[in-house]
Design a protein around this ligand. Structure first.
Ligand code: SAM
Length: 290
C-alpha cells in the first residue's frame, strides 16, 4: 500500500520521528526494498490459516507484509527501543503480537501454544541478525518445533554453506545439520543496497523446507552429530585422524577396518562424505561400541 514501511523515505521518517539510532551489535540492517520483501513473502507461501513467527522485526517492514498474508503473526524483538515503534506502526493489525525478548531465551514451545493454536501450519520468516544466525536456525531445528518452513535472510556465505553439497569448501557441519532436517533452496541473492544501513557483506534469502522425516536412518542423533563434528574438527586432516580423537588412543587401531567395512576409505576427508555415509559410519561406530 501507499504507506509501506519498506521504502527509504518511510523508513527514514520513522527513524527520525522516534530518534532511533542503529545498533550494529544487534545486527540492525533494515530492509528498504519492496521487491525483496515480495520475494521473501512469496517464498513463505502464507495464507490466512497459517501463522508466521518473525525474529527481529526492527521497525516492522516485513512484519507489515506478514500481517497482510498470515492469520497470526508473532514477532520477537530484543531491542526495547523498537517496541513502541512497532506498536504504533502495527496498530492496524490486531492479529500481530510483538514479544519483547531475546529469541534464544524465549520459550518457543510456549509461544507456539499461546499464539499459534488456531493455525494449520506455522512458518518462520525473518531478516535475521547476522551475528546469531546459526544459533537461531539450530535452535529452531533442534527443538523440533511444529513449523513447515523457514524463510530467512542471511549472509550470502552462510546461505551457501547451508545449501552446500559434499565435496566443496562450503560443505560442513552446518550443511549437514540443516539438510538432516530440511531441504534448502536459495531464493535470491540480495545486494547490500537493499538495507539501511548497508551491511558490508552480500546477503541471500534461503528457504528451508522441513522434511517429514530425516533422509537417513540414525538410531541416535546425538551420536550422529558428534561423529559429524569430529570429522570436521581439522578440515585438512583425514577422516581417520579426526575420528581417532573421538574414539580414543586405545581403540584407534579398529578404526581403519571399520571405515573400510562401511565402504569409506580412511584417507578421505570429512567434507567428501554424504549424509548417508555419515549415517552408515555413525551406526557402525555404535555397533562396535565406539
Ligand atoms: N525485520 C527488520 C527488517 O527486515 O527491516 C529488521 C531486521 S534486522 C537485520 C535484525 C533485527 O533483529 C533487529 O531489529 C535487531 O534488534 C533484532 N535482534 C537482534 N538480536 C536479536 C535476538 N537475539 N532476539 C530477537 N531479536 C533480535
Amino acid at each position: 500500500g501507499a504507506m509501506d514501511i519498506a521504502t527509504p523515505t518511510r523508513t527514514k521518517d520513522i527513524i527520525r520521528k522516534h530518534g532511533f539510532t542503529f545498533k550494529k551489535s544487534l545486527g540492525q540492517n533494515f530492509l528498504i526494498d519492496k521487491n525483496i520483501l515480495d520475494k521473501i513473502v512469496d517464498a513463505a507461501a502464507l495464507n490466512k490459516d497459517k501463522g508466521a513467527l518473525e525474529i527481529g522485526p526492527g521497525i516492522g517492514a516485513l512484519t507489515e507484509r506478514l500481517a497482510q498474508e498470515a492469520g497470526k503473526v508473532a514477532a520477537v524483538e530484543i531491542d526495547n527501543r523498537l517496541i513502541p515503534i512497532l506498536e504504533e506502526v502495527l496498530s492496524p493489525y490486531p492479529h500481530v503480537s510483538v514479544v519483547h525478548g531475546d529469541v534464544l531465551k524465549t520459550d518457543l514451545a510456549k509461544l507456539w501454544a499461546e499464539r499459534f493454536a488456531s493455525c494449520s501450519q506455522v512458518s518462520v520468516v525473518a531478516n535475521l541478525p547476522y551475528y546469531v544466525t546459526t544459533p537461531i536456525v539450530m535452535t529452531l531445528l533442534e527443538q523440533k518445533l511444529p513449523l513447515d518452513r523457514i524463510v530467512v535472510m542471511v549472509q550470502k556465505e552462510v546461505a551457501e554453506r547451508m545449501a552446500a553439497k559434499p565435496g566443496g569448501k562450503d560443505y560442513g557441519t552446518l550443511s549437514i545439520a540443516v539438510q538432516y532436517y530440511c531441504v534448502p533452496d536459495i531464493v535470491c541473492v540480495v545486494p547490500s543496497g537493499a538495507f539501511i544501513p548497508a551491511p558490508n557483506v552480500d546477503s541471500a534469502v534461503i528457504r528451508l523446507t522441513k522434511r517429514e522425516a530425516p533422509p537417513v536412518d540414525v538410531s541416535d542423533e546425538t551420536r550422529f552429530f558428534r561423529v559429524v563434528h569430529a570429522a570436521f574438527t581439522q578440515r585438512r586432516k583425514t577422516l581417520h585422524n579426526n575420528l581417532a580423537a573421538l574414539v580414543g588412543k586405545d581403540r584407534k587401531g579398529e578404526l581403519a577396518g571399520l571405515l573400510e567395512a562401511s565402504g569409506i576409505k580412511p584417507e578421505r576427508r570429512g567434507e567428501t562424505l554424504s549424509l548417508q555415509e555419515f549415517a552408515t559410519l555413525s551406526e557402525a561406530l555404535a555397533s562396535a561400541g565406539l
